[in-house]
Design a protein around this ligand. Structure first.
Ligand code: ZN
Length: 107
């Protein structure tokens, strides 16, 4: 479902016990790395690191990474999807503009 380099939007904020915000709802992030726990759960590196994070716990009890990267559970994100109706509107407008331009040239 997720791949490195993909843009995702946060749907559930994550606040550290010390009050620092990990990821914020409605904010867009880019996936830098993906790791999967032995339990099957997928966590994402979206560029959040904290000096006092010594590793990330999956939630099943296993440590999934050591270091200052604060991996976020993939359930906190959804892929950014193109709104096709809006895209079609924009394309139709561009076609109209091109047609007008061509008519001006013909005259
Ligand atoms: Zn796990």
């Amino acid at each position: 479902m997720f791949k490195i380099g993909q843009e995702v939007v946060c749907i559930k904020s994550n606040v550290h016990i010390n009050g620092n915000i990990g990821v914020k709802r409605d904010k867009t992030y880019t996936i830098l790395n993906i790791i999967q726990c032995k339990c099957g759960n997928v966590s994402l590196d979206v560029g959040i690191s904290m000096s006092d994070v010594a590793g990330t716990n999956c939630g099943c009890g296993r440590d999934i990474n050591y270091g200052t990267i604060w991996y976020q559970r993939s359930q906190r994100f959804r892929p950014i999807q193109l709104d096709h109706a809006f895209a079609n509107e924009v394309i139709a407008e561009i076609i109209e503009l091109v047609k007008e331009e061509e008519l001006v040239k013909l005259n």
